[in-house]
Design a protein around this ligand. Structure first.
Ligand SMILES: C[S@@+](CC[C@H](N)C(=O)[O-])C[C@H]1O[C@@H](n2cnc3c(N)ncnc32)[C@H](O)[C@@H]1O
Length: 298
């Protein structure tokens, strides 16, 4: 079969299976599997495709028709201009998360702090931790992740991007994890972290019942944030405040309806200058607060 015929068959197959971005997805599959980009299609559309290559393409298209996310089929995706390995078991990095990363970078640029110590909680692929380390090269970055399925991706992405990020495997909701930041000399260095950054699981129980076909392939542990979706914000803002220095930054990605709730939660938990930032679609997407030295309200 020739290239342009195979393209039309694939695009029509995806559209008929209800894939919204059928042309875009077809372009990505063609580029990845056949090395054929748009100009190649136009200039060499009559090129004969060897059967094994056409079979590989069809097998990938069939997976896409079954609702498997394009990113899992490709095995990699881009975040903040860098490549990250992805697959079943780890959340696909989203463009919305780049807003969170940008806020953190801007915060330290404004402070003139080029060597902050940062903890990225619920790291997944490591897209946040790796990007912060690459964009703030002198930063000391820790990546905390619980899932054994996500862990190989985190390890591989840190290596592939040449980022010196320290991995801590554990539960961000379990206080014992703070022992990793212990201050053996007890000289006040325990409360030294400059920023806690997190894109935790934040979907509510009812949202979990209405996942799109694609998102339902992503790991539940990366999505479910308790009945009201706020479980991780409640725990992290209190527990991890312990190792944040006074004036340190707490920065969360949030669900688009969680802006007011997370803002209030941070204000009650001992943070000031709490701000909500919107994504490109105009939805609340990031909440940040500065740890105040005053005790939280009880
Ligand atoms: C929404 S995903 C975010 C992944 C990545 N940071 C990103 O922005 O693409 C949440 C991540 O939290 C991890 N996670 C869930 N519960 C956790 C827990 N109790 N402790 C540590 N990590 C957890 C999941 O495995 C998942 O990788």
């Amino acid at each position: 079969m020739i290239l342009k015929e195979l393209y039309e068959i694939t695009a029509n197959m995806l559209a008929a299976a209800g894939v919204e971005s059928s042309r875009f997805d077809t372009d990505c599959l063609f580029e990845d599997i056949l090395g054929a980009d748009k100009p190649e299609l136009i200039i060499h559309g009559d090129r004969e495709i060897p059967e094994p290559a056409a079979d590989r393409l069809m097998a990938a298209a069939e997976k896409r028709c079954m609702g498997i996310p394009l990113q899992y089929i490709l095995g990699k995706w881009e975040f903040y201009g860098r490549g990250f390995f992805v697959g079943e078991g780890v959340l696909i990095p989203r463009p919305d998360t780049e807003i969170l990363v940008e806020r953190v970078i801007e915060h330290f640029a404004a402070q003139g702090n080029d060597s902050p110590e940062i903890c990225d909680l619920c790291s997944g692929t490591g897209c946040i931790a790796v990007t912060l380390k690459k964009e703030i090269p002198k930063a000391k970055v820790h990546a905390v992740e619980l899932s054994s399925e996500a862990m190989p991706y985190l390890v591989k992405n840190i290596q592939a991007n040449g980022a010196d990020v320290k991995i801590i495997k554990g539960d961000v909701c379990d206080g014992r994890i703070l022992e990793n930041f212990a201050d053996p000399e007890d000289i006040g260095e325990f409360r030294r972290i400059d920023a806690i950054v997190s894109n935790p699981p934040y979907l509510t129980d009812s949202e979990m019942n209405e996942l799109s076909r694609e998102v339902s392939h992503e790991p539940e542990i990366a999505l479910r944030g308790g009945t009201d979706g706020l479980k991780f914000y409640r725990v992290i803002s209190v527990l991890w405040r312990e190792i944040l220095r006074d004036g340190g930054l707490m920065a969360f990605e949030i669900g688009y309806e969680q802006g007011n709730a997370v803002k209030e939660l941070l204000e009650r938990s001992g943070y000031e200058n709490v701000s909500v930032f919107k994504d490109l679609a105009g939805n609340d997407r990031v909440v940040t607060g500065i740890k105040s030295s005053a005790s939280p309200l009880t």
